[in-house]
Design a binder for this molecule. Structure first.
Ligand SMILES: Nc1ncnc2c1ncn2[C@@H]1O[C@H](COP(=O)(O)OP(=O)(O)OP(=O)(O)O)[C@@H](O)[C@H]1O
Length: 587
């Protein structure tokens, strides 16, 4: 918990210090009130006292109350400012950190947990600072000050107050022991609810198509009930707290007056008046002591949850990204678009077995190298190693003669035009998606955008859209078809004009005709760039300069289509399963 506050800045501490001054002022003013009350009680019971004297004391009381209110408002303002500023900073830090994560870290935390951590968890910290700062500082000062004020008065009253405080501490301890474990799981249950909701909403079409509404609802209800029940449990336990506190407070007042009555009765007549006034004042201070403990109990309610949240945020902030940035920006002089895999082996972080074993091949400037293989043979895994979504366990991958690990990730990604297997589009317009990530004036780049869209065979559908190139794209591209999404993501890579194109099964959603036209246009327009194409269809890769055949994570054949048709059994099997002997012979 303390660790998270390391991120508070100098100006935050300054505001906290200012708040401290106002809190002390507020406590001083609050504790001054009973003193005036003592005076008034004395005046009221003294025959020769005047009304004006009572009014003056009353005036002082009013001033104290107003002063205390103003001090509380200023403290609240400062606390809110520190809390809001701190949560903005934390959110920024968590976001920045997640940006540096590789797929390993993202999968390790899970996307939904990362979302909860950067929203709900940070809100818990914000809440703790906004309310806790005042209470946490105010309560101990108030308690100590009030105890100090009543010290030396009747031991009977002091003993009664001490007993009440003891009872309160026991109550609080029991409540905290019972509720604490539940508070700790609330955040994990929120993660779970977030995950189920996310899964349901992203897969809504499949849910409908399989009439799985009830099944999903059951899963949602389970997660929802778990969270609700835990929240209810903690709320119920807390619900006991308030009435008990009230009972203790009123009970203590009653006991003080009861003891007071006894003491007054025993005292000599001249002492009775001052004893009565002391009793009134003592009961006010005793109430303040109990109030201080009540305030602390609120912090104890918030603290466990906020401390779990702080731990979860720290986990993100302290995670060291496995992918360490290199510092080179350029490859060997004179080289461009050169890729080499040298004895590369790879397994997923939590997996037992290697997915890729001893892979070696190279692609030279302007060449098209295709990767083919059955489902699950490791094609995507292989391509993911080039932009360093994951790092190879053994062997090396070179781009322009330099190991990919030695490039800064920014420089490495600048060289690549990556099109993922599942097209990813962002909320915005056609143009903003094609020119994605470029801080440019879209109007000035209109020609390049149009050109990229044209090569990607997307012009026809884009021009039919309302607002055409400025046509709206929904989050995830849900308002256009799968093939259209695929074309726009291809256009995005073309717009970038990289040295190396990585197409991870990016043509699968296109019809055969579009696939053929797109590839021939690409060949013409990006002839200087190197292209790595992952594909399932023989037709898509037949013309590649080199085809790498993968089988169960190993290279079982490499060469041109004609060569592989002669010497690679796995390739022949794939080829014959898709095209007839005649089609293959005609080419
Ligand atoms: N994130 C992951 N964690 C663990 N294992 C994974 C992960 N992603 C893929 N795998 C496993 O790695 C193997 C290769 O997957 P990969 O996606 O590279 O195959 P692929 O050849 O591209 O398949 P497809 O043609 O179906 O896209 C599969 O057995 C898969 O189960």
């Amino acid at each position: 918990m303390i660790k998270i506050f390391k991120h508070l800045q100098g100006k935050d501490w300054l505001l906290i210090m200012c708040s401290l001054v106002f809190i002390i002022a507020q406590v001083w003013l609050d504790l001054k009130l009973p003193d005036y009350m003592y005076e008034i009680t004395m005046l009221v019971q003294t025959e020769e006292s005047k009304m004006s004297e009572v009014l003056v004391q009353g005036g002082y009381m009013l001033l104290c109350a107003v002063g205390s209110m103003i001090a509380a408002m200023i403290t609240g303002f400062f606390a809110a400012k520190v809390a809001a500023g701190f949560s903005v900073r934390l959110r920024g830090m968590v976001f920045e950190k997640t940006m540096s994560f590789s797929m390993e870290e993202i999968n390790g935390f899970s996307t939904s947990s990362l979302i909860t951590r950067s929203t709900n968890d940070i809100t818990q910290i914000q809440l703790l600072i906004a309310t806790g700062l005042q209470v946490l500082v105010k309560a101990p000062i108030l308690a100590v000050w009030a105890v100090f004020k009543i010290m030396g008065k009747s031991w009977e009253w002091t003993a009664a107050t001490g007993f009440a405080v003891l009872f309160l501490i026991v109550m609080l301890s029991i409540i905290i022991i019972v509720a604490l474990p539940k508070f700790k799981v609330i955040q994990t249950l929120t993660d779970n609810l977030n995950r189920v909701t996310r899964e349901h909403l992203t897969g809504i079409r499949v849910v409908h198509a399989y009439n799985a509404g009830a099944y999903q609802e059951e899963k949602f209800e389970q997660a929802n009930n778990d969270l609700t029940n835990t929240n209810l449990f903690t709320s119920r336990v807390m619900a006991i707290l308030m009435p008990t506190m009230g009972l203790i407070m009123s009970g203590l007042g009653l006991v003080i007056y009861w003891i007071g009555a006894f003491l007054i009765n025993q005292a000599a007549i001249p002492d009775r008046l001052s004893l009565f006034s002391e009793m009134v004042v003592f009961s006010s201070y005793a109430v303040q002591v109990i109030m201080a403990f009540m305030m602390l109990s609120f912090v104890f309610i918030m603290l466990p949850r906020a401390s779990v949240s702080a731990k979860r945020i720290n986990e993100v902030l302290n995670t060291k990204a496995k992918i360490i940035d290199g510092n080179l920006t350029d490859g060997k002089e004179g080289l461009s678009g050169e890729i080499e895999f040298r004895n590369v082996s790879f397994k997923y972080p939590d997996a037992k077995d290697y997915i890729l074993r001893n892979i070696s091949f190279s692609a030279h400037k302007g060449e098209t190298v295709a990767i083919i293989g059955s489902t699950g043979s490791g094609k995507t895994s292989l391509v993911n190693l080039i932009p360093r979504f994951y790092d190879a366990m053994e062997g090396e991958i070179f781009i322009n003669g330099v190991n990919v690990k030695n490039y800064s990730q920014e420089a490495l990604h600048d060289k690549l035009g990556y099109v993922s297997q599942k097209a990813v589009l962002f909320r915005g317009t056609v143009s903003s998606n094609v020119a994605y990530g470029h801080n440019i004036d879209i109007v000035s780049e209109e020609t390049s955008i149009k050109k990229a869209i044209e090569i990607a065979q997307a012009t026809e559908f884009v021009e039919k859209m309302e607002n055409q190139y400025e046509g709206e794209i929904a989050q995830g591209g849900t308002n256009i078809s799968g093939g259209q999404k695929q074309r726009l993501s291809i256009a995005r890579a073309i717009f970038k004009q990289p040295e190396i194109y990585l197409f991870d099964d990016s043509f699968s959603a296109l019809d055969y005709k579009t696939d053929r036209i797109l590839r021939s246009l690409l060949k013409k327009e990006i002839k200087d760039a190197t292209t790595i194409i992952v594909a399932q269809r023989i037709g898509t890769i037949k013309d590649a300069d080199r085809i790498v055949v993968l089988d169960d994570g190993e290279v079982v054949g490499m060469g041109t289509h004609q060569e592989l048709m002669i010497n690679c059994e796995v390739y022949q099997e794939i080829a014959y399963s898709q095209l007839s002997k005649e089609e293959l012979e005609i080419g």
